[in-house]
Design a protein around this ligand. Structure first.
Ligand SMILES: Nc1ncnc2c1ncn2[C@@H]1O[C@H](COP(=O)(O)OP(=O)(O)OP(=O)(O)O)[C@@H](O)[C@H]1O
Length: 334
């Protein structure tokens, strides 16, 4: 089973530029979480802080008792082996075949024999649907295939925590839908804790158990997906609705006068629909996280906002179909 990641009071700056402060959240073991946020809000910096590649000035990231911020470098290095990382561009070596790219971490970090490496690599290549392409160079395949190769490489060391940084960037909607299914199938097969950073609303709506959002140097919210999907926070409504009206500006946050002018002219936010979460493909085992998540969420349900509470109850009360939730108008003060 995946491992819980506990983040406590994390604060990160570069020089005088504060990126985010006092971020606290828990990635529940084996569940899939998504982190949303406008460009430049520090989502990638957050992922790098979880694995100890960047050092926040304050706070802790606890994994199996090791603090990825403050523990000795030796412990951080060992704990980093629990992670599988999938970067935006696949981060493949251009001169190596897909096979050799995917085999790279095994050759670098283990003393396995070539025959064993071949078995593991071909198994992961099959999981991501790239059988037959293993001899190709990264330059000879599509962007979507490169991402899947990056995912296969992230899987060879049997990670218990998988971090994906914008796995959808550059993919068309159909490829993105396949990728969403692949992430859920992967979770069903290996039960790893997963955190996906994305701007993609389809992935956000269908893949995660939990969702969070970074904005204005803070974690706006993090919790069961229904909390964010029913949230009436203006920044959440704007982001989920893909609207210009709201606190998120083109290059920076809007000033108070612009926001006030918009509030007078804004069109009402459309009703939001909570679509069912994706299920693993036929033939795969059920996701073990589902039962654990249900127990966890039901034990905290009384602490959640009313709209989230009823969405969760409705979700668990039905097997299929869509729940329509009318979100309050952003900026109305509701
Ligand atoms: N090593 C670094 N040194 C200095 N500043 C950095 C460094 N890494 C990131 N930053 C700054 O931190 C801020 C957040 O960057 P980050 O890439 O984490 O944003 P993001 O939310 O992932 O954005 P996007 O969605 O566009 O990928 C940016 O202003 C960036 O310039």
């Amino acid at each position: 089973m995946g491992i819980e990641v506990v983040v406590e009071g994390l604060t990160k700056s570069f020089g005088r530029q504060n990126i985010w402060r006092d971020v606290s959240l828990t990635l529940p073991a084996g569940e899939v979480s998504v982190m949303l946020g406008p460009s430049g809000t520090g989502k990638t910096v957050f992922l790098k802080s979880l694995i100890g590649l960047l050092k926040p000035e304050k706070g802790r990231v606890l994994i199996n008792g090791v603090d990825m911020v403050n523990s000795p470098e030796r412990d951080i290095y060992e704990t980093r082996k629990l992670f599988g990382l999938m970067f935006q561009d696949g981060a493949l070596f251009g001169s190596l075949s897909l096979f050799d790219n995917i085999a790279f971490p095994l050759r670098e970090h283990t003393r396995k024999k070539e025959s064993e490496i071949r078995r593991i690599v071909m198994e992961r290549i099959e999981v991501v649907g790239l059988l037959g392409a293993e001899g190709k160079l990264p330059g000879e395949i599509s962007g979507g295939m490169r991402k899947r190769a990056g995912l296969a490489r992230a899987l060879v060391l049997d990670p218990q925590i998988i971090l994906c940084d914008e796995p959808d960037s550059g993919l068309d909607p159909v490829r993105t839908a396949y990728l969403s299914q692949l992430l859920i199938d992967l979770n069903a097969q290996i039960d790893a804790t997963m955190l996906i950073v994305t701007h993609n609303l389809d992935i956000a709506a269908t893949v995660p158990d939990n969702m969070g959002m970074l904005f204005r140097r803070e974690l706006v919210t993090f919790g069961p997906r229904e909390v964010l999907l029913t949230s009436d926070e203006p920044v959440v409504s704007q982001f989920l609705g893909g609207r210009r009206e709201g606190p998120i500006g083109m290059s920076e946050e809007k000033d108070a006068a612009t926001l006030a002018a918009e509030a007078n002219t804004a069109t009402p936010a459309a009703a939001r629909v909570i679509v069912p979460q994706l299920e693993p493909s036929p033939g795969l085992p059920p996701r073990r996280a589902v039962a654990r998540r249900r127990e966890r969420v039901m034990s905290m349900i009384d602490t959640l906002p009313p709209a989230a509470r009823s969405a969760i109850r409705e979700t668990y009360a039905r097997d299929a179909g869509a729940v329509t939730v009318t979100a309050p108008v952003a900026g109305s003060g509701a």
